[in-house]
Design a protein around this ligand. Structure first.
Ligand code: SAM
Length: 327
């Protein structure tokens, strides 16, 4: 994985919204017609302005909007979090078809334009989605009965950290139902990869542990303006409790990240990249052989052949062995 969840969150924060206050629009305050009981304001497509590369801006062409919305199948009582509404290509038709949309946009100019035009049931939050906290989402969700859903044409440069963020929010008690997202096709391949394949790795394992992954369709570069150099794919994640649960999720994540830095080595060798395994106490050998025996795993296997269940078993042995202070 190029970006570890924590490292990339930090990188994004530094690059974007570190000193910026979160700004949440007051629903209705900027929708005078709706408040007066007239027709709700329609969001217009904000005028052309140079796309900002640093925010991964590739705006979806109208021809593809309906295809994505058909896959999302919004219901009138659904609440959506949209990540990166941009000029509102998805936001407008989605807002027209569901109960409520809360959209997070890092680009203050785009956020301001959307906010100026937002009808009552669209809330624009200006800021970095990677900085959002469970409490902030709970505040935004007050009075909302249904489990929130997520939609987003994700910025390529932050897609993996955003996916990790969604899992983190789900683990922290935000009962996300699903997420329909567009991302680089190679990232979709990694998300949906099976053990033993070249694409299988940290992303497949840490996301696959907490969500079912369904590939929906692919999009050519021409589906966006400006055109990216790569193809994209739409993917649906359905969140579920970690399966199987890990005794200590942080140990599980750390082991997976460590051993996939040495994915071509044997498991016994790769495990030495995990600090607790690679740093034997004075006078003792590394405990890797003992851990492998307890986890019933052959140390000659390559990390990329291990299923999620086997990796959780390995992490659980590490967690229990560390608790007994054997390491
Ligand atoms: N949804 C729009 C569309 O489909 O036309 C825009 C999609 S564009 C690929 C990604 C959008 O995400 C941009 O508007 C960008 O400014 C915004 N963005 C990038 N990083 C973000 C972040 N960390 N938090 C919130 N929005 C972000």
């Amino acid at each position: 994985m190029r970006d570890g969840p924590a490292a990339s969150a930090q990188r994004r924060r530094g690059a974007a919204a570190s000193s910026r206050e979160w700004r949440v629009s007051q629903p209705g305050a900027l929708a005078p017609e709706a408040e007066r009981g007239g027709a709700p304001r329609r969001l217009s497509n904000a005028g052309p302005r140079r796309a900002r590369k640093r925010f991964g801006q590739h705006f979806l062409e109208p021809a593809w909007v309906e295809k994505l919305l058909r896959a999302v199948a919004p219901r009138t009582d659904d609440t959506f979090f949209e990540i990166g509404p941009g000029r509102g290509a998805l936001t407008r038709p989605l807002t027209a078809r569901c109960g409520r949309v809360v959209a997070f946009e890092i680009d203050r100019d785009l956020a301001a334009t959307l906010r100026d035009e937002a009808p009552r049931h669209l809330t624009i939050v200006e800021g970095d989605f990677l900085d959002v906290t469970p409490d902030c989402l709970r505040d935004l969700l007050s009075n909302t009965g249904s489990s929130p859903r997520v939609v987003g044409n994700l910025p390529y440069n932050a897609a993996s950290p955003i996916l990790f963020k969604l899992v983190e929010l789900y683990s922290a008690g935000i009962a996300l139902l699903d997420a329909t997202v567009m991302l680089q096709r190679e990232v979709a391949d990694r998300l949906a990869a099976s053990p033993g394949t070249r694409e299988y790795g940290v992303l497949s394992i840490l996301i696959g542990h907490a969500a079912g992954v369904e590939r929906l369709f692919t999009l050519p570069p021409g589906a966006f303006r400006p055109m990216p150099k790569v193809w994209s794919a739409a993917v649906r994640l359905r969140f579920h409790p970690p399966d199987p649960p890990a005794t200590d999720p942080s140990v599980f994540a750390a082991i997976v990240q460590a051993i996939f830095t040495r994915r071509r080595k044997t498991l016994a060798n790769a495990l030495l990249a995990y600090p607790a395994a690679g740093r034997p106490k004075a006078g003792r050998q590394s405990s890797v052989p003992e851990v492998l025996r307890l986890a019933d795993l052959d140390g000659r296997r390559r990390p990329e052949t291990l299923s999620i269940t086997e990796l959780v078993r390995l992490a659980d042995v590490f967690a229990s062995v560390s608790r007994r202070a054997v390491l």
